[in-house]
Write a protein that binds this ligand. Structure first.
Ligand code: GAR
Length: 220
């Protein structure tokens, strides 16, 4: 008798806005041979377009509206309970614009990925594109990292660069960076589902070895 195939890693995505990264993940997960399955999408904004995208893809959704909670701790506790109902192996922050509490981050240590629109450690936090322009940077980009207690400070798995043109503004730069995000995030999620990347003591382990510099998607 043929053995049942091993169950695929269960991916849960969290989003707050347009959900273009979520869409890229949905599209990738539909490709033949993708090693994981998206089991649910959570959102902190009831009207977010990300929810629409998830519904279009027939994915289960849930909303935990942060405006209905008095404290970050209460919000995160409810969010955590909702997430646990889906037994995820991986939680993908796909434009999820909430700062997470230490308890939340610790509970999912090694299972939480984030996409951040800068070449970390440059420009943690918000307004990354304008800050890169203000600094006169000639390159900018995106980082995918494990989430740890330090905001946007967890070990970086992979980065992709874009060139900053003299006529770029924050909007055009955001577009260029997002195009890279949509390619890079599914690649990293695939690596995770294949068991190739893990969070080590304070580094990324890639195929079991510490990554000394983030993996790079070539600029083109
Ligand atoms: C993305 O560009 C992502 O890098 C950024 O929010 C955008 C969400 O877009 N995330 C952060 O700034 C996290 N600190 P999307 O909803 O279309 O994926």
């Amino acid at each position: 008798m043929k053995a049942d195939p091993a169950p695929q890693p269960r991916i849960l995505a969290l989003a707050s806005g347009s959900g273009s990264n979520l869409q890229a993940l949905i599209d990738a997960s539909r490709e033949r041979g993708f090693p994981g399955q998206i089991v649910a999408v959570g959102c902190n904004r009831p009207g977010a377009f990300a929810l629409e995208r998830a519904a279009q893809a027939n994915l289960q959704t849930f909303v935990v509206d942060h405006t209905r909670y008095d404290s970050r701790e209460d919000f995160d506790a409810t969010l955590m309970a909702e997430i646990l109902r889906h037994h995820p192996d991986l939680i993908v922050l796909a434009g999820f614009m909430r700062i997470l509490t230490t308890d939340f981050v610790r509970a999912f240590r090694g299972k939480l990925l984030n996409v951040h629109p800068s070449l970390l450690p440059r420009y943690t936090g918000l307004n990354t594109h304008q800050r890169a322009l203000d600094a006169g940077d000639t390159t900018h980009g995106v980082s995918i990292h494990f989430v740890t207690e330090e905001l946007d400070g967890g070990p970086v798995i992979a980065q992709a660069e874009v060139s900053v043109a003299s006529n770029d503004d924050a909007e055009s730069l955001a577009e260029k960076v997002q195009a890279k995000e949509h390619v890079l995030y599914p690649i990293v999620v695939r690596w995770f589902c294949e068991g190739r990347i893990q969070l080590g003591a304070n580094c990324v382990l890639f195929d079991g070895d510490p990554l000394t510099t983030p993996m790079r998607l070539p600029d083109n």
